[in-house]
Ligand binder design. Sequence first.
Ligand code: FBP
Length: 258
Amino acid sequence: MKPKLSRIFTSGKTLILAYDQGLEHGPTDFNDKNVDPQYIIDIAKKGKFNALAVQKGIAEKYPVGKVPLILKLNGKTRLVKGEPYSPILCTVNEAVKLGASAVGYTIYIGSAYEAKMFSDFEQIEREAHNKGLPVIVWMYPRGKSIKNELSRETLAYAARVSLELGADIVKMKYNGNPNDLRWIIKSAGKTKVVIAGGTQVEPSRFLKEVSDVMKSGAAGLAIGRNVWQHPTPLKMAQALKAIISQNKTPAQAIKFLQ
Ligand code: FBP
């Protein structure tokens, strides 16, 4: 069955809110407000995000209502050192029962466990596509064999692998170079590239990066901390949407934050 991307890509572009950091990083990213999953769901709803990406436990205990749900199917903590492996924590069937519009899966390309993550991914991808669910791969080059996880070559390789494996969307880090990103996006072919946010940066710098990323041909953003750590996340959402869907400049977009 052809995966149905239209719920996540309403304007041809997408703005996805990511909230799986509690598992990946621990509550260190959170404050008194954003530690509460309900706060994030309200941001996703009121900010009209195209989707919210969470782990199974959050989706079970905090219904997301009409916000399209991306269920993250694997994950790991940062407590374990050594070569990264992210085990499956939720099945495609469970994701469907929870109302998911898409599923997400992290691959640490270059890790000693890459082969295991490829074969886990391949099963998930087959099952999800049988049910018409799009598959988003969080593609992060990691492990001893990766010398520079943000180099043009490494990121282009990661993007290409996402296409070869059958991902509909790949979520990747941006290395700050728009020319590199153009090549990376070309390497991903018909797999859509969305950019991850990273740690919180000064808003005007962040909006400039978002603008560069979109001009380079990215399909959108799948970000967390730069939105829900911001004192006014809904204004940040408006600023981001102005750039992503309305082709506004960073100077125009920053006005939403003033
Ligand atoms: P941020 O925008 O907050 O960086 O979130 C993006 C994300 O991909 C999350 O979905 C995930 O939890 C996290 O980054 C993983 O980042 P890392 O592996 O670099 O710690």
